[in-house]
Design a protein around this ligand. Structure first.
Ligand SMILES: [Zn+2]
Length: 100
């Protein structure tokens, strides 16, 4: 019971995290649709990048992945730099985060 509840909480937290990260990255869009930093960097046309369930997918260029992949795409950086950025952005001052 408690395990189920815990994993559900983590899942919700994770899917909210990717939306928060999209906002922190400065991605523009409407609802769950965002302009893809890979193929729509100028933010014109219809936003083709969709965020759902903690992952993202661009229906235009086919880019997809998790929250780390979104940071890599938006900042055009490597994996280490993306994780470092996420660690800074999601830092929990109370130290009660889920950890790794
Ligand atoms: Zn794209």
């Amino acid at each position: 019971m408690t395990e189920d509840r815990r994993s559900w909480d983590l899942q919700v937290e994770r899917s909210h995290a990717v939306e928060k990260v999209a906002a922190d990255l400065g991605l523009l869009g409407a609802g769950r649709h965002f302009f893809c930093p890979g193929c729509q960097p100028d933010g014109t046309g219809t936003p083709e990048l969709v965020i759902k369930g903690g992952d993202f997918q661009c229906f235009r260029c086919g880019a997809q992945g998790d929250v780390v992949g979104l940071v890599k795409l938006a900042k055009n950086c490597d994996l280490d730099a993306a994780i470092a950025w996420l660690a800074r952005e999601t830092e929990d001052p109370q130290g009660t985060g889920p950890g790794m």
